[in-house]
Design a protein around this ligand. Structure first.
Ligand SMILES: [Zn+2]
Length: 349
């Protein structure tokens, strides 16, 4: 199963944070070609081998490593750990600026190929969402083609939340984007449900809408003690990462059990083969997300304001959710940076 991004349309602001980076001894990367620069990052118990394929347009190795580090930290903050033990990440340069064309495969335990422009500034890299989106694909099992929407939808929905949790994005920016973009996931004329409507809008944003509604429902059912991340961590910690081909219903049931809710499987049964409308205006109002065009304001007196805050900053950690080994655990209630260790770069031949 391959996930390739053709998306976009996010306009995002400025984020910054300082991180601890330590240098480890050189780890050679056997597949590297003559002109490639390879580095290794270690995050928790996982290793990321980053190969920069420079071609004619050179990339700043420190900028690239910091970018990879931000994305890896974001994903680990949401899931409690990096999703797979080993990721091969190939960064291919082009003459220009920005990040484009990310693709994720299950191959070799996890492979991401993504393109970055030689004129990309550190601020551009700090705002990038695409690498985080790709890494989130590692954290869910591979699905049959008709369920591609769940793979993309989870990545679209979880990505900004993961970046907020790691301190690389802000909640007002996320809500502003969601108010603007979530309507793209609503069913249009002739829609036959998520499993049978393979348009761009329904695949990416329809899947994101499913994830958002599920997140809010899980929090309502559990009195805001659990959220979508508890379901997704349960799936991941049961072995459900990109390397596995799993059945969707079985996977969703596993997520419901982990969150102690009956939401995901029920929602899937309702949404899979018919167009289900969602009253987004009512959801924003209940959550206290008030938009006046470009800017959003948070109404802390809204009935579901506490659920909105839990989506942003995480479900309070309870004994029941302490299933992740201590070495990999991330505080879910604070935007706490992780230590990521970058190996020295090398030119192999
Ligand atoms: Zn994707």
């Amino acid at each position: 199963m391959v996930r390739m991004e053709s998306i976009l349309g996010f306009q995002r602001g400025f984020v910054q944070l300082a991180f601890l980076v330590l240098v480890l001894p050189l780890v050679p990367f056997p597949a590297a070609k003559a002109a490639d620069v390879t580095s290794t990052l270690v995050i928790g118990g996982s290793r990321i081998d980053v190969t920069i394929e420079t071609a004619d347009a050179p990339l700043s190795q420190p900028d690239v490593i910091k970018w990879v580090q931000f994305a890896a930290e974001s994903v680990a903050a949401y899931y409690g750990r990096f999703p797979v033990p080993h990721l091969t990440l190939r960064v291919v340069s082009f003459d220009g600026s920005g990040v484009r064309h990310g693709t994720t495969w299950a191959k070799d335990g996890g492979l991401i190929v993504i393109h970055a422009g030689s004129k990309t500034t550190p601020a551009d890299f700090a705002e990038d969402w695409m690498l985080t989106h790709e890494m989130i694909h590692l954290a869910f099992p591979s699905m049959a083609d008709e369920h591609h929407w769940i793979e993309e939808g989870l990545s679209v929905y979880v990505e900004p939340i993961a970046r907020i949790r790691a301190g690389h994005w802000t909640a007002p920016q996320m809500w502003s984007d969601l108010v603007r973009d979530m309507p793209k996931g609503l069913p249009k004329e002739g829609d036959a449900g998520l499993d049978h409507t393979h348009t761009w809008g329904r695949t990416y944003w329809g899947g994101a809408l499913f994830s958002f509604v599920a997140d809010v429902e899980i929090r309502k059912q559990t009195k805001n003690t659990k959220g979508l991340e508890d379901a997704l961590r349960g799936i991941l910690n049961a072995g459900g990462d990109i390397r596995k081909d799993w059945d969707l219903e079985k996977t969703l049931k596993m997520g419901d059990d982990a969150a102690g809710a009956e939401v995901l499987l029920k929602l899937y049964t309702e949404w899979k083969d018919k167009p289900v409308e969602v009253d987004l205006a009512a959801m924003w109002k209940q959550l206290g997300v008030e938009s006046d065009g470009g800017t959003v304001h948070m109404n802390e007196n809204a009935p579901l304001a506490a659920i909105r805050r839990a989506i942003e900053s995480g479900t309070p950690v309870t004994k029941a959710s302490d299933s992740v080994p201590p070495s990999n655990r991330v505080a879910a209630t604070t935007a706490q940076p992780l230590a990521v260790y970058a190996g020295r770069s090398a030119r192999s031949n």
